[in-house]
Design a protein around this ligand. Structure first.
Ligand SMILES: Cc1cc2nc3c(=O)[nH]c(=O)nc-3n(C[C@H](O)[C@H](O)[C@H](O)COP(=O)(O)OP(=O)(O)OC[C@H]3O[C@@H](n4cnc5c(N)ncnc54)[C@H](O)[C@@H]3O)c2cc1C
Length: 452
């Protein structure tokens, strides 16, 4: 088999698979190199197994609520080994589908670790692949050196492969991965303590979501420790010892390192191409996803922009269209929807209120904060919060922020309207679907404040 390719993609995750299949669809000769399992982070150790664990956790809430709806379920309990076996089978099934998709698209899968050997050359073991174009789609991995001693602590990678849950756990971090697992573990019977440096978790999200996300975690029994980032982790007997800035020492049988992720570039050979990493360790690209080296491109988490699967896929497809399709195009990332799958979840599109004000908008802020019907019936505490940011001059809806049941599903649909440039008047003209929580979005009449 000839080792000359039009495109060599490094990394068979969300972005790499999308790019390679789209390029092959145009008739390009494509190889994709993968050093681990096909499917990448999202399928094997990210979005998919995480959401399957969230579904398991959701039953904990559902069983509790069921009593209020007249059900008598006895004493349901969670058996982690059964979930772990089912999860392993499901990721295997999905990996198999990904392999079939690559083969069906006539993309050659080369298994092994890729190292860039020089312009247009990628080495995988003994094999040297010649490539007109090289695409770096190597993703990211958990940071394991953020605190002394944390390198031995499990990360989300290991947590998702557990067969038994600990009785108590410390989660270190306040990003979406930390919050999701704190929320999930608490529902599965683990006593969770969450440690983070800031006043509120979820830096970068709207302040009103951040305060409510913290309150929801607390309501689920998670012990919050804001302003308390451990400065060291030690192994003591079978336990982990967290040493906090104020010298307090706390023991836990399990510590989840959720302190962030770093682009996978180590040993890739980028220096041979004259590519210098940015401060975050990411591969810098321009709007067309070109790196500083001729014929070398990067997409997805290795560029450290949005770090979301749909962004990696959109970039992969846009790049393939540009290199091999009829006309070059760029991905518009001005409006990206993001979700956090806590229980209840939150979802967001558009700027935070603070960012919109900083950008010079005069804002009408519409809000609804209520106990949904499903909760009110059983006298449950869970609430739903919705927020629309509307430009006071143009009436354009700039942002939607929501925390509550089904927020990711609801905001995904509203994202179409925002992408189309929807105005508040159009929301007002929309006939509601009743009874739903989502109808509140088209029933907000008066702004709760006008700012800016
Ligand atoms: C716990 C968790 C939950 C997440 N949840 C969500 C979510 O709910 N929604 C969402 O949109 N995103 C989520 N993400 C993020 C999402 O998984 C990533 O944004 C996405 O997978 C990025 O795709 P990618 O193609 O850039 O990289 P990846 O999917 O990481 O793929 C990169 C691939 O490159 C391979 N590789 C690396 N170096 C080499 C090399 N030198 N040679 C060969 N192969 C190499 C890796 O093995 C990997 O398979 C989550 C991530 C995590 C960790």
């Amino acid at each position: 088999m000839s080792d000359d390719f039009d495109l060599v993609v490094i990394g068979a995750g969300s972005g790499g698979v999308a790019a390679s299949r789209r390029a092959a669809g145009y008739g390009a000769k494509v190889a994709i190199v993968e050093s681990s399992r096909v499917g990448g982070t999202c399928v094997i150790r990210g979005c998919v197994p995480k959401k399957l664990m969230m579904y398991a956790a959701q039953y904990g809430d559902a069983f509790r609520e069921a009593a209020g709806y007249g059900w008598n379920l006895g004493h349901p309990h969670f058996e982690m080994p059964r979930w772990a076996a089912a999860k392993a089978a499901e990721t295997q099934r999905l990996e198999h589908i990904y392999r079939q998709l690559l083969a069906g698209s006539k993309v050659e899968l080369v298994e092994g670790r890729a190292v860039i050997d020089g312009p247009q050359r990628v080495r995988v073991g003994d094999r040297m692949l010649q490539a007109k174009h090289i695409l770096i789609a190597t993703g990211a991995a958990p940071v394991r050196d953020s605190i002394p001693g944390i390198e031995h602590c499990p990360t989300s990678d290991e947590l998702l492969d557990l067969h038994l849950l600990p009785p108590r756990a410390a989660v270190i971090g306040s990003g979406f991965i930390a919050l999701e697992f704190a929320s999930i573990l608490a529902r599965l019977g683990v006593a969770v303590s969450l440690f983070y440096r800031a006043r509120l978790p979820l830096r970068g999200f709207d302040e009103d979501l951040r305060t409510r996300a913290a309150a929801a975690l607390q309501a689920a029994g998670v012990m919050l420790h804001p302003g308390a980032a451990p400065r060291e982790v030690q192994r003591a007997g079978g336990e982990w010892l967290l040493i906090l800035d104020d010298e307090r020492m706390l023991e836990f049988p399990f510590v989840l390192n959720a302190t962030g992720r770093r682009p996978n570039t180590a040993g890739l050979g980028l220096d041979k191409l004259g590519i210098t990493l940015d401060a975050a360790g990411a591969v810098p690209v321009d709007a067309r996803l070109h790196t500083a080296a001729e014929g070398v491109y990067a997409i997805g988490d290795v560029t450290h922009k949005w770090n979301l699967t749909p962004v990696a896929i959109a970039e992969g497809r846009a790049l393939a269209d540009s290199l091999f399709g009829p006309s070059p195009r760029e991905v518009d990332l001005s409006l990206v929807t993001a979700a956090v799958f806590t229980l209840p979840p939150l979802a967001t599109i558009g700027p935070t209120e603070a960012d919109a004000l900083a950008a010079g908008h005069k804002l009408k802020v519409f809000e609804a904060d209520f106990r949904p019907m499903r909760q009110a019936f059983i006298d449950g505490a869970e609430r739903c919060y919705m927020k629309l940011l509307v430009d006071a001059q143009t009436d354009k809806v700039l942002a939607v922020h929501m925390l509550g049941a089904d927020a990711p599903e609801i905001v995904q649909s509203l994202a179409v309207a925002l992408t189309a440039g929807v105005t508040k008047a159009m929301f007002d003209r929309t006939i509601a679907v009743h009874p739903t929580a989502a109808e509140e979005f088209v029933l907000m009449r008066d702004p709760s404040r006008v700012v800016g």
